[in-house]
Design a protein around this ligand. Structure first.
Ligand code: PLP
Length: 389
């Protein structure tokens, strides 16, 4: 019976809620849906991390409030992780903020740095939670198209001078959701130059930082000289260690931005469950064999899906990183109509590209988050539709 706030009403509609509903309806009719539409890792958190949580949960110190900014051992583990994985020096005191998963940091950031009416550069297609944070800050978005001909990197020269003058914040995300593209150091250097010239704060979302294919390790924005002067990188344990439900991540980089994130969090919550902090530190510091295995698993699944689809005549490209594939829809369909068609006729769910922005139209996103057998079965079901060849 209570009216919703103007802020809540102004938040963008959660496009993918309707996909969940449609999958639910088809499943309720008794059909076996192969759901490639979602981004929830299908494998469990590695045993050694779960055991650390169990042990830590037994310790009464972990039943109390932790320090508001989180335990310093987790910040130190994050700094060691960056040194070991990327050769980057991070000051655990000033250059790390602990987050309730990457999403919290991404949504909080615009509220830390922007005033109503400020302009933010957002990739299109892109992860929809960027829009939520911008809307909560009352700021406005200017979209940077990610086009296949540019390897799904924004084309900075095409952004108007006026927009660059106004922009205060820019979101980037490589390996990219939804396109599976990766960034190179030339692009990151261009980004740093642009940010310095126009005083733009760069937020690099590195959610899929651990997942690169064909032997290539995705580049951290922090590896590029000057990155710390212009921005931060957001890292999450959700994808690297199959810990999506644990809600733990961190931001590293520019100390004034890190300070701003910690300030806003101080008003919103005390830090994470301390036992989760302990297990997260163990995940970052102990053997990374589980991560290598995870990447191998996604790489094998990628082969099954991409080769399978190409064999049935659907010409698709392989993602270079992340656990998504970005597939062009056949002529005559919108992305939503095509996703509906696959769901209704093949009981295969994919995410329509339009849900990621205007430039997502013409594509659908599939995940690699099910077994090779299920992926083969999905390809077989699509073959039966005889849409290709
Ligand atoms: N960034 C991107 C691009 C994502 O795809 C996701 C999750 O799907 C996140 C951030 C947030 O992850 P989490 O909040 O689980 O850390």
């Amino acid at each position: 019976q209570f009216e919703k706030s103007e802020l809540l009403k102004a938040l963008p509609k959660q496009f993918f809620a309707s996909l969940v509903e449609k999958v639910g309806a088809i499943t309720a009719e008794g059909h076996d849906v192969i759901n490639l539409g979602q981004g929830n890792p299908d494998q469990p958190t590695p045993d050694h991390i779960v055991r650390r949580l169990q042990e830590a949960a037994q310790n009464p110190i972990n039943h109390k409030y932790s320090p508001f900014k989180g335990y310093s051992y987790l910040k130190e583990a994050a700094a060691k992780y960056y040194k070991r994985e990327y050769g980057v020096d991070i000051d655990p005191d000033k250059e790390v903020a602990i987050l309730f998963g990457g999403k919290a940091g991404l949504v909080e950031l615009p509220q830390c740095l922007l005033n109503p009416g400020d302009t933010v550069l957002v990739p299109d297609p892109g992860y929809p939670d960027y829009w939520s944070g911008v809307a909560m800050a009352g700021a406005q978005m200017e979209y940077m198209p990610l086009l296949e001909k540019n390897d799904f990197l924004p084309d900075y020269p095409s952004i108007s001078k006026d927009t660059l003058e106004k922009a205060k914040l820019m979101f980037l995300n490589y390996p990219n959701n939804p396109t599976g593209a990766i960034a190179n150091s030339k692009f990151f250097k261009e980004t740093i130059n642009l940010a310095q010239k126009h005083s733009i704060c760069v937020v690099h979302d590195f959610a899929y930082g651990a997942i690169g294919f064909d032997g290539s390790k995705p580049l951290s924005f922090m590896q590029c000289e000057g990155a710390k002067d212009v921005g931060i990188e957001i890292y999450t344990l959700s994808k690297t260690y199959n810990m999506a439900g644990w809600r733990v991540g961190f931001a590293v980089g520019n100390s004034s931005v890190i300070e701003a994130i910690e300030l806003i969090q101080d008003h919103m919550y005390v830090s994470l469950f301390p036992a989760v902090q302990e297990a997260a530190a163990a995940a970052l510091l102990e053997s990374q064999e589980c991560v290598d295995q995870l990447v191998d698993t996604y790489e094998s699944r990628r082969k099954v899906l991409i080769e399978g689809l190409n064999e049935i005549g659907w010409e698709v490209s392989a993602p270079k990183g992340s656990f998504f594939a970005w597939l062009k829809v056949p002529e005559g369909f919108t992305s939503e109509a095509f996703a509906d068609y696959l769901l209704e006729h093949a009981h295969v769910a994919v995410a329509p590209g339009i849900g990621f922005g205007t430039y997502g139209e013409g594509y659908v996103r599939t995940g690699l988050l099910t077994t090779e057998d299920r992926l083969r079965e999905a390809v077989d079901r699509i073959r039966e539709l005889k849409l290709f060849k």
